[in-house]
Design a protein around this ligand. Structure first.
Ligand code: BGC
Length: 323
């Protein structure tokens, strides 16, 4: 395994390469996964993650490409919640609601905590009141890449006051390395999903997927690019599996989080990406492992509460194989 550190404008770029030549690239800007390059069925290196070549594009990026997302991934309705009897007003950045933490951490500079042969730990602190959230939060995120092409992302955090925390990664995957993802096949081990209103806020219902277009319990083609929904994981392994028949690349997802947001990239506007690639609607899809959206306002949902002094820990792994 080899770790290489280079500059990325005013930021750093870390490349973790395994002996087969597969590699991942992580930027200190937004702790973003910039590239995931794995062999296709013919051994040709294929970049299966959408991203940009320059920090400026990441800073202008409206799509959270590859980014670390916090303090609260997904939406919080009315940019507010009540915790310990007090109402907190947080930054609204999608109409009256909060998406991905408001200003969030996705465009912030992360600092290097530890660099090893096959792992990188980055850290960030957000002050008490950051985006309106209670508690000074200290976060560490570790990216590890294995000899058999598995990228693991683990999240650790502490807060000095009770707060809500919901951390994820917002990589857009395209296992063909080109075109769109509508021909990809997907399995999600979820018996239920969260219906949403017109502002994409969950209604509170957990609806059974059976017999509906939301049933991905058996592998099937995506076809329809409108998906932007949270699926409640059943606990069966793997939590999800994605396949491109074109490239022969498969990705298997494992997580300890209770849900995954399947976003088919339907809102990605036309833009230039890495190496002159043109991205648009459905060029890549996200599988964002997380607590349920708006859970601070839904006591019936699993709680994303992080108590003062307690340790937040979560891990998600993405394994790339030939199918
Ligand atoms: C959300 C989408 C949003 C996208 C980019 C996803 O996590 O579910 O609604 O368009 O992030 O911001």
């Amino acid at each position: 395994m080899a770790m290489e550190k280079s500059t990325f404008g005013d930021y750093e770029m870390y490349t973790i390469k395994n002996p087969s030549g597969a590699y991942v690239r992580i930027a200190s800007l937004g702790a973003a996964v910039q590239s995931i390059v794995v062999p296709n069925r013919n051994g040709v290196p294929t970049d299966v993650a959408l991203g940009y070549d320059t920090p400026g594009e990441y800073l202008r990026n409206d799509g959270y490409f590859g980014a670390f997302v916090g303090r609260y991934a997904n939406r919080i309705s009315n940019a507010s919640f009540v915790l310990n009897g007090r109402e907190y007003k947080i930054s609204a950045n999608e109409g009256k609601n909060t998406l991905h933490g408001g200003n969030g951490l996705s465009k912030r500079r992360f600092t290097e905590i530890a660099v090893g042969e096959n792992a990188l730990t980055l850290g960030i602190s957000d002050p008490d009141g950051g985006d309106g959230f209670p508690g000074k939060v200290d976060v560490r995120v570790t990216y590890e890449f294995s000899e058999d092409n598995e990228l693991s992302i683990s999240y650790e955090a502490t807060s000095d006051a009770d707060t809500y925390l919901n951390l994820t990664n917002h990589s857009y995957f395209n296992l063909s390395g080109r075109g769109d993802i509508l021909d990809h096949e997907l399995l999600i081990n979820a018996d239920g999903y969260l219906p949403v209103d017109e502002e994409l806020i969950p209604t509170g219902e957990v609806r059974a997927v059976s017999g509906a277009e939301f049933d991905f319990r058996k592998m099937r083609r995506i076809e329809n690019g409108f998906y932007d929904h949270c699926f409640v994981l059943s606990g069966n392994e793997p939590c999800a599996r994605l396949v491109s028949r074109e490239s022969g690349i498969a990705m298997t997802l494992a997580t300890d989080m209770p849900a995954v947001q399947f976003y088919a990239g339907g809102a990605t506007g036309l833009r230039l990406g890495k190496g002159g690639a043109v991205y648009g609607k459905n060029s890549g899809l996200c599988l964002e492992t997380q607590y349920y959206p708006d859970s601070p306002n839904h006591p019936e949902f699993p709680s994303a509460l992080l108590r003062a002094g307690e340790k937040y820990y979560s891990k998600t792994s993405y394994k790339f194989l030939i199918c």
